[in-house]
Design a protein around this ligand. Structure first.
Ligand SMILES: *[C@@H]1O[C@H](CO)[C@@H](O)[C@H](O)[C@H]1NC(C)=O
Ligand SMILES: *[C@@H]1O[C@H](CO)[C@@H](O)[C@H](O)[C@H]1NC(C)=O
Ligand SMILES: *[C@@H]1O[C@H](CO)[C@@H](O)[C@H](O)[C@H]1NC(C)=O
Ligand SMILES: *[C@@H]1O[C@H](CO)[C@@H](O)[C@H](O)[C@H]1NC(C)=O
Ligand SMILES: *[C@@H]1O[C@H](CO)[C@@H](O)[C@H](O)[C@H]1NC(C)=O
Ligand SMILES: *[C@@H]1O[C@H](CO)[C@@H](O)[C@H](O)[C@H]1NC(C)=O
Ligand SMILES: *[C@@H]1O[C@H](CO)[C@@H](O)[C@H](O)[C@H]1NC(C)=O
Length: 914
């Protein structure tokens, strides 16, 4: 099987269709697309030159020059991806019949091998002209004469010359040899070998003659067609047989960049409608006009979607493409350190016309990359830093743009030095690449906190502001060439100076009030109260917010407080507050407020119950209040927690002691830890906790008092009696039927008249209870201990001495008196108390009567004195014994109101009224 593609001297290799190659075709790595007389292969990323391996052994470096000569072209998009365009008639293509073409070989890129194979079928027009970016190619159907005479056959020859239609249909006559080529208009004659050597390509396939020339080869020339500058290649190729010589003329004409006009948003490409150098007559019919991109035709719908348009006028075919339209791309360029952008698109125009008198059709195809002029696009820094909040919260937010997709951000240089993007992000600058919605451009965003050391701060005290300045230089590169460039920027923000928050506080009798003022700053701190973070839950409980102030209202006994000391009538409590910077965990402010709150932690209830609240104090940090007890270790708190222990007990239980003081009884107990639980401090010293609990019960006519006369050792506590009251009344006369009421006081009495006194227990229905008057006396002053003092009853018996003679009156039951034993009556002379001087001067004498009384239960085994008021008034020796203190018997004090004694009838009305 002979070689079909005629390879001439310059080509040192050829293609064999081998079995191996067939197998390769099954794995078409490069996705070939047959686009008429052109094949398109997507090669992928490609940064270096490519080798083609043909015949599995021959390695051919596809230099740009060889590629143009052989009908290959690489096109790179902006990301460095390559597309290979190959003419179906390229040097390495293989065809048996000029209808089906294939190529099997490999591409070698950076040591990687790609299988490069395609099979494409194509039906040729009589003449095909292909204008590629790097070459022009013309192929014509060969119809060499088989009759022995010298003739000329012109295909695409000059106008006005006729060709013989009969010959066109005939097959190529065998035996012809291509001998020489004459280039027009220079008339330079070259042998075919020389043609190849000079960089042109010429091929003689079974049916066609192919001529190809890189643009701007020596023998090409410029010509203006319909105002459009075009480059032409015009040749006559001579074929010789033994006796015959024949010639085929070919002309190719391709547009140059001069055919394009630009505005800022539109590309307009003009092509002559009638390409005169290619026509042999005036009458031709345009059969088809197609537009496409990257070698591929587009239908009307696609054209409209992309806003492309093709219009045909009398003279021109006009292609319009909006700058930025789909199908093209923007590419970045750096010139003089400036950023430029250009838009590139490769439209294709395809025409088919027929010359009527020649009956020959011509397919004309142009692949025409267009790049707009460079447009300067200086990057802009958009500062969208929000200006609110504190410097801690503030972040410079910058966007740099707009760039084409082929730009990458490499690094940013700050005042402190260069940081790569990875370093920026590690530092929290959040550098992001943002692609526009239509995928056509990108911006770079960066966020720099105001307090980062790369930001310069300048505080102006007199203006009360701080200015934050960020200097930065963006370092970027354009890919894939890696052309670097940079863009400097300075951004500035001015913030009000930070006024540090302040804390003040006051107390009332129940609460702490802590006021945190934060002036012009949002509250950028956390509040810690008593070691607890002020969470939203706590805040709900305590916080009232005002304008730039927070008020905390914290009860004196809240969990967050500390008790410093406990006094009988007050508790000293302390609240510690601190403000924390949440960014650094450092304390911004510490504040402590200690106040004494007037609180009585001990209650003395009238029914003889005492309550005490023991608090854990700061000086006993290890104390567990649950372990506290009263003097009797079996008496623990009825309620307790980490900070409190609440005790409730009766005065005759839990080891409570009592003693008489003045006219009252003092009950005492102590709250402490059992010895075995005494706290040891780190120093080994006992930490003592003692809380004295005492109740002083006054015995007077208005004081309610509960009592229990059973011995205290009969615990647990005996039942208590209901309220008992001891009262003293003055009777109007000796009948003891009417009495002076409370509102009658002061009672006024003539000095020589007797005073009738009654002392009574009320509130008891126990007939066994007996009232005993132990001591009774008179004073001039309300104070029962004042001097002078006139003793009336001593140790239960009447004072035997004159003039204080007291007379007891026996009490009998009657309508008023239910229990005679509950009552004592006695009579005393008023003059007893007056000094002679006072009487002479008509002075008033103030008198108060006081008694100390016992209340005895006749059933109780108490001392004998309880049985009678005065056991034996004559037996003085017995009286002495009665002084034995028996503290188990309740003793009460009772006093009269003011009694005024006078000698004469009173003169002053006003006084009487009073
Ligand atoms: C193709 O390869 C075969 C076998 O390696 C070799 O014999 C032949 O010469 C090669 N053809 C060319 C044109 O180099
Ligand atoms: C086409 O042009 C119209 C009108 O100028 C415009 O609205 C539309 O966005 C364009 N379409 C494309 C894909 O550019
Ligand atoms: C930083 O970016 C610039 C481009 O402006 C580049 O020239 C330089 O090599 C880059 N430096 C580093 C360390 O990446
Ligand atoms: C601050 O302290 C808290 C609790 O100790 C901790 O969880 C947090 O991570 C700390 N924050 C900083 C910035 O150190
Ligand atoms: C005494 O009064 C208090 C308060 O009213 C009550 O809680 C307590 O039980 C009473 N004690 C006795 C022994 O009645
Ligand atoms: C009796 O006791 C009450 C309450 O303690 C007190 O207010 C009052 O002054 C006392 N009366 C006399 C006469 O002492
Ligand atoms: C006085 O007391 C003594 C001693 O208790 C007693 O012996 C004597 O009888 C008493 N005198 C009278 C009159 O009761």
């Amino acid at each position: 099987m002979g070689q079909v593609l005629l390879l001439l001297g310059w080509l040192y290799f050829s293609i064999h269709v081998s079995v191996q190659a067939e197998q390769m075709s099954s794995r078409n790595d490069l996705h070939p697309e047959c686009l008429g007389n052109v094949v398109r292969l997507r090669v992928g990323p490609l940064l270096e030159e490519v080798d083609i391996i043909v015949n599995d052994t021959e390695i051919v470096q596809l230099s740009p020059r060889l590629a143009a000569q052989c009908g290959f072209r690489f096109k790179f998009d902006n990301t460095g991806n390559a597309i290979l365009f190959a003419s179906l008639l390229n040097c390495f293509s293989h065809s048996m019949d000029d209808e089906t073409f294939n190529l099997f070989g490999q591409l070698r890129v950076s040591g990687d091998h790609f299988t490069a194979g395609y099979t494409c079928s194509y039906t040729w027009a009589s003449r095909e002209i292909l204008c590629d970016h790097t070459y022009m190619e013309v192929s014509v159907r060969k119809t060499l004469p088989d009759i022995p005479f010298i003739s000329k056959q012109r295909v695409g020859g000059r106008k006005g010359r006729n060709s013989d239609p009969r010959r066109r249909s005939k097959a190529v006559a065998p035996g012809y040899r291509m001998t020489k080529v004459v280039f027009m208009p220079s008339n330079k004659i070259m042998k075919t070998e020389e043609v190849q050597r000079r960089g042109y390509a010429i091929a003689n396939t079974p049916t066609r003659l192919v001529l190809r020339s890189p643009h701007e080869e020596e023998e090409t020339y410029l010509q203006t067609v319909a105002g459009i500058p075009m480059r032409l290649l015009s040749t006559s190729t001579f074929f010789e047989q033994k006796w015959l010589v024949t010639r085929i003329d070919t002309v190719a004409a391709c547009p140059t960049q001069g055919s394009v006009a630009f505005t800022s948003d539109l590309i307009t490409w003009y092509m002559p409608r009638q390409i005169d150098p290619l026509l042999s007559s005036d009458s031709f019919t345009m059969l088809e006009v197609y537009m496409g991109v990257d070698g591929k035709r587009l239908d009307d719908k696609e054209m409209a979607a992309r806003n492309y348009s093709v219009s045909v006028t009398e003279v021109h075919i006009i292609v319009k493409i909006p700058v930025g339209a789909i199908g093209g791309y923007y590419k970045s360029h750096i010139q003089d350190y400036q950023y430029f952008s250009a838009y590139t698109i490769e439209p294709m125009l395809e025409m088919l016309w027929i010359e009527e008198d020649a009956h020959e059709d011509t397919r004309y195809k142009v692949l025409f990359p267009i790049t707009t002029p460079l447009v300067a696009r200086p990057p802009q820094v958009h500062n969208y830093t929000p200006l609110e909040g504190t410097p801690e919260q503030q972040v410079f937010m910058l966007k740099l743009g707009t760039f084409n997709l082929d730009v990458v951000l490499l690094n940013i240089t700050f005042s402190t030095g260069l940081l790569t993007i990875a370093e920026c992000n590690a530092r929290g600058f959040n550098v992001q690449e943002e692609i526009s919605e239509d995928d056509s451009s990108k911006t770079f965003s960066v966020e720099v906190p105001f307090l980062d050391p790369v930001v310069l701060q300048e505080k102006s005290l007199e203006q009360g502001v701080t200015s934050f300045t960020l200097h930065l230089i963006y370092g970027m590169a354009v890919l894939p060439e890696y052309n670097t460039f940079s863009h400097p920027a300075v951004v500035n923000s001015v913030l009000m100076n930070i006024v540090p928050p302040s804390i003040t506080g006051i107390c009332d009798q129940d609460n702490f009030y802590i006021i945190v003022n934060y002036e012009n700053q949002a509250p950028l701190f956390e509040i810690i109260i008593g070691g607890w973070l002020l969470t939203s839950d706590l805040a709900e409980q305590y916080v009232t917010e005002g304008e730039s102030r927070i008020t905390l209202t914290v009860p004196f006994s809240a969990r967050e407080t500390v008790f410093e000391s406990i006094q009988p009538s007050s508790v000293r409590s302390r609240l510690d507050v601190s403000l924390l910077n949440p960014f650094t965990n450092s304390t911004m402010k510490d504040f402590s407020l200690g106040c004494s709150f007037p609180k009585t932690l001990i209650e003395c209830l009238s029914n003889g119950t005492m309550t005490a609240l023991a608090l854990k104090v700061a000086s006993a940090p290890g104390l567990n209040p649950r372990q506290l007890t009263l003097a009797d270790r079996t008496c623990g708190p009825i309620y307790s927690d980490d900070r409190f222990a609440y005790f409730q007990f009766t005065i005759n239980s839990c080891g409570t002691t009592n003693k008489f003081i003045d006219n009252g009884i003092l009950y005492e107990n102590e709250i402490s830890l059992p010895d075995e639980l005494k706290l040891k401090t780190a120093l080994g010293v006992d930490e003592e906790y003692h809380l004295m609990v005492s109740c002083y019960y006054l015995a007077n006519i208005t004081q309610n008092l509960a009592f229990n006369n059973r011995p205290s050792n009969t615990e647990p506590s005996a039942e208590m009696r209901s309220d008992i009251l001891v009262i003293m009344k003055i009777a109007t006369d000796s009948s003891y039927r009417t009495f002076h009421e409370v509102e009658d006081y002061p009672v006024v009495r003539y000095m020589r008249r007797p005073l009738h006194i009654e002392v009574e227990i009320t509130g008891s229905t126990d007939p066994e209870v007996k009232l005993i008057l132990d001591h009774c006396w008179a004073t001039n002053d309300k104070d029962r201990t004042s001097k002078p003092r006139w003793n009336l009853i001593i140790n239960g018996c009447e004072n035997p001495e004159e003039p204080y003679r007291v007379m007891f009156h026996q009490v009998f039951a009657d309508s008023r008196v239910n229990f005679p034993a509950h009552m004592k009556r006695f009579e005393v002379q008023m003059f007893s108390f007056a000094k002679e001087v006072d009487i002479l001067r008509d002075q008033l004498t103030k008198i108060f009567i006081h008694c100390d009384v016992f209340i005895c239960d006749s059933n109780s085994p108490a001392g004998g004195f309880c049985r009678e008021q005065c056991v034996n008034k004559e037996n003085n020796s017995k009286r002495g014994q009665r002084h034995v203190e028996d503290t188990s018997v309740p003793r009460f004090h009772v006093s009269s109101g003011l009694i005024l004694g006078y000698v004469k009838i009173w003169k002053s009305k006003s006084f009487v009224k009073k």
